[in-house]
Write a protein that binds this ligand. Structure first.
Ligand code: F0G
Length: 481
C-alpha cells in the first residue's frame, strides 16, 4: 500500500484497489450463532458459510482476484495435453523463481505428497524451521518424523524479534552432524504459518543453504506464504532494502533445490506446483503427477485457475498488492495491544493471532483454549477464526495428548477481501469478548478422528458457558446483531 499520510494524523492502511464485485453477507443474531456453533460440533471448520459474517478461517483459496486475473481466465487453453496455459504458467514460475522445470499439482498438500513419497523413507527425520500440519502428516504417514529447529524467539508469543521464522543455524548444524544419514532434505517454510505467519530472513535462508551444501543435503522451500515473507524482508531486512521484490525472490530461490507452493495462497488463485532447476529431481517426482494429480500440463488444476495464477504471480511482485494483508493485520494487532488483548507480536502475515493462553488463562490446555476461543469469537460476532493449538496437533503414538507449543486463535485476513470497517467490527467484538473473558470455558472431544482431527472432529462445551456468554451479549448489546 502506498505511503499516504492522513491530514487528521490517523494511521490507517489505505487500499490501493477498488471493489468491483461484491458478495452479500449474513449476520445471524447471537441466539442463532449459539445454535450454529453447537450444530457444527464446536469446530469452526464445520460451520456453514451462510451463518458466518466475517470468514477469517483461512487465506487459502479465498483471496480476491483482480480484474486482470478474471480477464485472463476467459482465454484459457483447456487442451488435455500441451496446453498453452500450462506453458504460460511454467514460464511465469520460471521467471519468478529462476527455475527451469515445473510440475503442476492440485494444491499445496499434493506437492507435499509428491515430495514425501519421492524422498522420505521410514525412520527418516526432516529438519525444518517449524512444521505445518499437512507436510507433517505426509512425513509421519511414511514412518518418518519432523524436527523443528526454529530460533528460540520464534515460540515466544510476544517478542521484538522481526524474523521469528528463522532457522537456528547452530541447532541445524549440530542436528545434521548427529543425524546425517537419516535426513533426506531440510524444509524451510516461508511466512511460518503455525507461529503466526512469521517470516525468515534472506540471510537465514542463505545460511541454511550453505550448511546443506556442506553436508550434501537437499533443501526444500514451502513458498505458500512467500508473499507475506517477501513483504517483511523488503520492509525489515536492511540488506534487502534497495533490492526489488523480484530480485529478493530470485536470490531466495537460489538457496533451494526444490520450491513448492499452494496456489491457493501464492498467486491469488487455486492450485499448486513444484519448481526446480534440477532435471534429475524433476524426473524423480514427475511420474507421481499423472498418477495422483492429472496430466503433466494441468496436474489437477482448472486451466482457468492456472491463467489467473500467472497474473497473480506477477501481482505478487507489486508492493502495493502484497502489503495489503500485513498492513491490515498490523492495524488489528496494534488496536488489540492498545486494549490489552493478548496477541502475537510482532504482527505477522496471513492473519492476526490471538494468544488464547493469556486471553483465557482459566481454561487449561487439556480443554483446548484456542478451540474455546474460536467458539467464543463466533458467538460474540459471527467471526469464524481457526484454532491453531492442541486440537491442530495429533496424539502421540501411545494415545496421550501432544500439547501444542502455542495456543492461538488465527483470524486470517484474506487478501483484498474485507474493508476496514469490517476489520474494525472484528476488533470491537474481540475487545468485548476480552472484557467478558471470565465467562469462557473449555471444550472436550465427542468425536475424534485419528488424522487431521481439527478438520472434522466434534467437541462440546464443558458446562453452560456458551449460553452465559450469549446472554451477556444480549444484555450488553440490546437488540443489535
Ligand atoms: N504450506 C503452508 C505453509 C500452508 O499454509 C498450507 C495451507 C499448505 C502448505 C498446504 O496447502 O492447502 O493448498 O494444500 N494452509 C491452509 C491454511 C490450509 O489455512 O493455513 P494446500
Amino acid at each position: 500500500m502506498a505511503n499516504v499520510k492522513f491530514f487528521s494524523g490517523e494511521q490507517i492502511p489505505l487500499e490501493m484497489h477498488k471493489v468491483r464485485i461484491v458478495q452479500k453477507l449474513n449476520l445471524p443474531p447471537v441466539e442463532e450463532r449459539l445454535k450454529c456453533i453447537a450444530e457444527a460440533g464446536n469446530n469452526t471448520f464445520l460451520l456453514k458459510n451462510k451463518d458466518v459474517y466475517m470468514d477469517m478461517l483461512t487465506d487459502s483459496g479465498v483471496n480476491a482476484m483482480s480484474d486482470r486475473q478474471q480477464a485472463a481466465m476467459l482465454v484459457a487453453d483447456d487442451s488435455y495435453a500441451g496446453s498453452a496455459t500450462f506453458t504460460k504458467l511454467e514460464n511465469k514460475v520460471g521467471e519468478i523463481f529462476g527455475t527451469k522445470y515445473f510440475l503442476p499439482a492440485h494444491q499445496g498438500r499434493a506437492c507435499e505428497n509428491i515430495i514425501a513419497m519421492t524422498f522420505v523413507k521410514e525412520g527418516n527425520v526432516i529438519p525444518m524451521n517449524f512444521h505445518f500440519t499437512t507436510p507433517k502428516a505426509h512425513i509421519t504417514r511414511l514412518g518418518a518424523r519432523v524436527e523443528e529447529l526454529l530460533v528460540d524467539e520464534g515460540l515466544k508469543v510476544t517478542s521484538d524479534c522481526l524474523f521469528k521464522g528463522n532457522m537456528d543455524l547452530n541447532k541445524l548444524e549440530k542436528f545434521i552432524v548427529e543425524n546425517r544419514e537419516k535426513i533426506p532434505f531440510i524444509r524451510m517454510e516461508a511466512g511460518t504459518n503455525l507461529i503466526g505467519g512469521q517470516p525468515f530472513e534472506l540471510s537465514n535462508a542463505r545460511g541454511v543453504s550453505a550448511i546443506a551444501k556442506k553436508y550434501g543435503i537437499m533443501t526444500v522451500l514451502d513458498a505458500s506464504l512467500w508473499q507475506d515473507n517477501l513483504y517483511f524482508i523488503k520492509q525489515r531486512e536492511a540488506a534487502c532494502k534497495d533490492m526489488s521484490l523480484r530480485e529478493i525472490t530470485l536470490e531466495l530461490a537460489k538457496c533451494f533445490d526444490i520450491i513448492y507452493f499452494s496456489g491457493r495462497k501464492l498467486g491469488f488463485a487455486r492450485g499448486g506446483g513444484i519448481a526446480t532447476n534440477s532435471k534429475e529431481l524433476c524426473e524423480k517426482m514427475k511420474e507421481l503427477v499423472p498418477l495422483f494429480e492429472g496430466f503433466l500440463t494441468y496436474g489437477g488444476m482448472s486451466v482457468r485457475e492456472m491463467e489467473a495464477m500467472v497474473v497473480g504471480l506477477d501481482e505478487t511482485m507489486d508492493e502495493d498488492v502484497i502489503s495489503q494483508g500485513p498492513q491490515f493485520i498490523k492495524y488489528m494487532t496494534d488496536e488489540f495491544l492498545k486494549a490489552g488483548v493478548p496477541v502475537v507480536t510482532p504482527a505477522g502475515g496471513l492473519g492476526c493471532h490471538l494468544d488464547a493462553t493469556r486471553f483465557i488463562p482459566q481454561v487449561p490446555q487439556t480443554q483446548y483454549p484456542a478451540g474455546s476461543l474460536a467458539c467464543a469469537a463466533y458467538i460474540a460476532g459471527g467471526i469464524r477464526g481457526m484454532e491453531r493449538g492442541t486440537i491442530s496437533e495429533e496424539r502421540e503414538p501411545d494415545g496421550s495428548e501432544r500439547m501444542a507449543a502455542v495456543e492461538l486463535l488465527r483470524l486470517a485476513v484474506p487478501r483484498r477481501v474485507y474493508t476496514l470497517s469490517q476489520i474494525k467490527y472484528v476488533i470491537d467484538r474481540i475487545i468485548w469478548l476480552y472484557e467478558n473473558r471470565n465467562l469462557v470455558g473449555g471444550l472436550k472431544f465427542v468425536e475424534e478422528p485419528k488424522v487431521l482431527r481439527f478438520f472434522f472432529g466434534r467437541l462440546e462445551p464443558i458446562g453452560d458457558w456458551q449460553q452465559k456468554l450469549a446472554e451477556k451479549f444480549r444484555a450488553d448489546f440490546g437488540d443489535s446483531l
